[in-house]
Each structure stands twice: as C-alpha cells, then as structure tokens.
Design a protein around this ligand. Structure first.
Ligand code: NAD
Length: 541
C-alpha cells in the first residue's frame, strides 16, 4: 500500500456498463426537475426571492434551476458567518477537518457520483467522459491529496534545531479571517476545490460560484454538508461577483482571495484589494489561476500521428473551454503537408450535440456571450487575407450554442487568434519553414502574454531539450509529446505564470501553503534568572 492516496480510477461508460445505465437514469431524472437553488449562509438555506434561471447550454430553452441570488444583506451575513465559524473550525483540529473532506471524497466516489456528473453534463454541457474526469475524479483527488499534503506540513515544517533547554515548534495556523473564493464555470472540481483547500487548513470562507454552473456547484455544496461540513465554514453565495467583492473587502476580516477565471477579472480584483488594504486587519493572500493561450510546437522529426491526436483532443475536447486547451500550433510545412488531410478528415468525424447522446464528442459552448465572442474571432479571421479557415467555421445558436471545431491557418504568427485567449473550439496554426525551428521557439515564447500550458513534439532529445530551455517561462505546465491538457492532481500540479496567474499549483502542496500563517513557538525549559551577561564583568586587573 502506498503511503499516500491514489488517483481515483476513471469510469469508462462503455455501452452495457452499469455506470452508463446509472448515469443515463440520473440524467433523465434531472431533466424532469427544476431545482430551486438557495444561498447557504451559516448552514441555512436562504431563498431570497430575487431569482434567475439556469438553462442547459446545448438546449437553452430548457430550464434546470431557479437560483435565488444573494443581495447585500446575505453577502454581509455570509462574511460574518464565516468569521464567527472560524474558532470552532480551528479547534476541531486538522484530523477532524480532513475526516470531513475525505468523507466528501468517499461520497463523490460512491453514491453521489452520478448526481454530480449528470448535473455537470447538463449545467456546463460536458460529455460523460469530460464530466467524469472533472466533477468526479479530479475533485475526489483534490480532496484526498490536499488532506494528505496538509497532514505533511505538521511534520515537514518543524524547526530543525532545539538546543538543550529549549523546545522549538511551529504551529500551522490558518489565515486569520475569511477567504473569498470566486470560481469559474468550466470545472466543477475547481469550483469546489477553491473554497475547500483553505478550509482543510482551517480557514473559513465565502464561495461565489459562476453564474453558469449554479446547479452542479449547489449539488457539491449539498454533498459537503451531507459529509458533515459545519455551518458557516463555507457559505454559498450565488450573485454578483462585483458586489460580493465590494462587501467582502469592506469587512476588515477579509484574509484572502482564491480565484480562478479570466485574466481581466483577476487583475481588476487585485487592484481593488490594493485599494482596500488600509481597512483590512491583515495583508490578504491573493491566489489566482487565469487565462491561457496554450501552444503546441512540432519539430519536423515528430511523431505525426501522435501530433494529430494531440491537436484534435487538445483543441476540441470540452469545446476548447479549458484554460489548458491547445489554441495555437506551430507546425513545420512538411509535417502539415503530411497530416493536414487526415486531421481534417478525422475532425469531420466529430459528432456534436446533446450531452446525453454518448456518441457525441462535443456539445455546446457555455452561453450566448461566449458564443458571440468566439464566433467574432472566427468571422474576423475569415475576413483577413493572412488567415484561411481550413475546417469548421460554422455555428448555430438556435437550440444550443454550437460552434464547429474550427482550424484557422495563418501566415501571421501575431494575428489576433494566434495570441488572444478565445476559449472555444478554435485552433490557429502557423506554418513555418522546416529550418526555422529555433526561430519559432522564440516566436512562441514572445507572441502571447499568457504562460499556462504548452507542448513540444519531437522524437529527438536534443530538440526536446532546446524547446525545454527556450520555453522555460512560456508554460507553467509543459508537455513532451503529449497534448497540453489533462493535468492530473498529484501528478502535474497545475498553474501558469505571466498573465496566466500566480502559479500556486492547484493539486499540490504549494497551494495549501498560501492559506497558512505559521506561528513559531519557543519554550524555554531553563528560564534565565540573572539579567547580566558575562561580557559585563570587569577585567580582573
Ligand atoms: P470569468 O472571469 O468570466 O469568471 C470567473 C468568476 O469571476 C465567476 O465566478 C464570475 O462571476 C466572477 N466575476 C466576473 N467578473 C467579476 C468581477 N468584476 N468581480 C468579481 N467577480 C467577478 O471566467 P469564466 O468564464 O468563468 O472562466 C473562464 C476563464 O477561466 C478563462 O479565462 C480560463 O482560462 C480561466 N480558467 C483558468 C484556469 C487555470 O487554472 N488557470 C482554470 C479554469 C479556467
């Protein structure tokens, strides 16, 4: 038995399997209901009466939930509840806190799995497989491994030296105050992990879910309560991010921000926190994982079929709505000549539609705003002389927000779709002369402000090392001969630098360290009884 947790095995949902039957039954059940979603403040459900609806992105005429939005009173009450809950939460101790989150993981691995997966499939338009790797497996792993890492701190960070007569120790305290977690739509696992990770080490907080994932996030909040999460430790607040931020920052006990979402939103939040500083008791911790413009660089000597598969899966799984999705590729002309026909033929086989039809590889993008943004990039590329749309380019929002898997080939490595985050099923390819590998590494490094993930494809170690060195700061998660998506907790801790975030590596111990504020304790066994020192004695003559 290993001394650490193991990654949750991924269920396959093959035809005839028990999990497929169970998931389909749960999807049918959830399709037939409209859930009333409250705020949860101090363990109480609060139905505010100010509601919005939650629809299915691939069938936007279908309402799956009515959501009661938090107003200023609820926001203030939630911050206060978190502050009031902290002492008892600390007193409970690490082991008891871990037991609750490990119970969360067990529930999710067991009876709750289909409920959480189905709500993620309907709420965020994920296929069964994409929901399974996100909402079930990754979140189970976050909970189990974070508990494991947190236990390690107590031993790892004890002082090395305690001279005779002295006992030195370090208390792993949480931050004093509450943590505001603002979460993205695209991963249910990230949404639940952002408030959970600080909670494991003793912080309490307020969780503001994305307006596009209220149902799946609410189900996860219910799961945590079922597992025994005490009232007030995590307060669930659907509502305006700007307003919640304003109210949280007006509270002197605001101790940290745990954010995942777009770069622009995070930059704004950081600035607001700076302005609020004089009112706060502590310097808050700011952790944010943000956008990406993730790359694939191929060398002429690469495995061409491997590259083809990586481009297809890396760019189009979950409709390209992963911060890690491959969205720019630098391909040598000879490789493109060899693979482009097959690549386009394979993309032509991709089926897109309702998440409940398991033969679909893609479903819809998240909402109208996203649909308009992505199709704007496609339309502008279509109008440019330097860009050629070689597949896809079509879109239709009549029943759901569907956009075809699209590849733009460009002769301009700095064209808009080559450097900006699109967050949709659009890959832009820059073709380079086979001799220009060194130069293309430099272009890749300098073209975009982001630095989240990226891949090098080559079968020669010298070329791999060249890319490894040239792209050192171009990606926080670097892949060799693999797609740039699919990081696994405890295997590839996740995060990027530059405009992609603070690189605090979710899914690894470094993230948890941001939520602790240690206390060094010295106990003297021989307390001095004389205030004078020997140097003060007069010379003997
Ligand atoms: P978003 O920035 O639109 O929203 C993220 C969260 O911020 C939501 O809860 C939203 O309501 C809130 N928000 C928006 N404006 C706000 C404001 N003014 N004040 C306070 N809160 C505000 O992002 P999204 O569309 O939900 O997610 C997609 C983005 O997230 C992409 O840029 C993607 O790259 C990024 N992402 C990054 C990672 C990572 O690990 N680096 C992981 C997932 C997603």
């Amino acid at each position: 038995m290993p001394s650490h947790p193991i990654n949750e095995p991924i269920l396959g949902y093959a035809p005839g399997s028990e999990e497929r039957r169970a998931l389909q039954a749960e999807l049918d059940r959830q399709m037939a209901e409209v859930v009333e979603i409250p705020c949860i403040i101090n363990g109480e459900e609060v139905y505010t009466g100010t509601t919005t609806t939650q629809v299915i992105p691939h069938k936007h005429g279908h309402v799956i939930a009515n959501v009661h939005l938090a107003g200023r009173d609820e926001m203030e009450a939630a911050c206060e509840a978190a502050v009031n809950a902290q002492k008892a939460w600390i007193d409970l101790g690490l082991e008891a806190r871990c037991a609750i989150f490990e119970r969360c993981a067990d529930l999710l691995a067991g009876d709750w799995r289909m409920r959480v997966n189905a709500s993620t499939m309907l709420n965020q338009s994920k296929t069964a497989f994409q929901a399974e790797i996100d909402a079930a497996c990754e979140l189970i792993d976050f909970w189990r491994f974070n508990c494991h890492y947190a236990r390690g701190f107590h031993d790892d960070f004890q002082p090395l030296v305690s001279p005779e007569g002295v006992q030195n120790s370090t208390e792993i305290r949480p931050l004093e105050g509450f943590v505001l977690s603002i979460t993205p739509f695209n991963f249910s696992s990230i949404a639940a992990n952002l408030p959970s990770a600080p909670a494991i080490v003793g912080c309490t907080g307020v969780w503001k879910p994305s307006r596009n994932s209220y149902l799946s996030n609410y189900v996860l909040m219910q799961l945590m309560m079922e597992a025994g999460l005490p009232a007030g430790v995590i307060n669930f607040l659907p509502g305006s991010g700007a307003e919640i931020t304003e109210i949280a920052l007006a509270n002197p006990d605001f101790a940290g921000l745990h954010f995942t979402g777009s770069t622009a939103t995070f930059q704004g939040l950081w600035q607001e926190i700076g302005l609020a500083l004089p009112n706060l008791k502590s310097y808050p911790r700011i952790v944010g994982e943000t956008g990406g413009k993730d790359f694939v660089v191929a060398h002429p000597d690469c495995d061409r079929q491997g590259l083809l598969v990586a481009l297809l899966r890396g760019s189009f799984e979950y409709q390209g709505q992963k911060c890690s999705a491959a969205s720019r590729a630098y391909i040598p002309q000879s490789v493109w000549n060899a693979i482009s026909e097959d690549l386009l033929a394979e993309i032509g086989k991709i089926k897109m539609g309702d998440a409940r039809d398991f033969t679909n590889f893609m479903t819809a993008v998240i909402d109208k705003r996203s649909f308009d943004k992505i199709t704007g990039y496609i339309d502008r590329a279509a109008a440019r002389d330097t860009c050629d749309i070689v597949c896809g380019g079509g879109y239709d929002s009549s029943t759901g927000y569907f956009i075809e898997p699209t590849i733009i080939v460009t002769s301009n490595p700095n064209s808009e779709s080559m450097i900006e985050e699109i967050f949709g099923p659009v890959l832009t390819v820059y073709l380079y002369d086979d001799e220009d590998f060194d130069n293309v590494l430099k272009i890749c490094d300098e073209a975009s402000p982001y630095a989240l993930t990226g891949s090098i494809f080559s079968s020669n170690e010298e070329n791999i090392q060249k890319a490894y060195n040239a792209l050192r700061f171009t990606a926080g998660n670097f892949y060799i001969n693999d797609k740039p998506t699919g990081a696994v907790v405890a295997q590839q801790p996740f995060g990027g630098a530059r405009a992609s975030g603070t690189n605090d590596k979710a899914g690894g111990p470094l993230n948890l360290l941001r939520w602790i504020s240690p206390r060094s304790v010295k106990r003297t066994l021989d307390t001095p009884q004389d205030w004078t020192y020997s140097f003060m004695q007069p010379d003997e003559n």
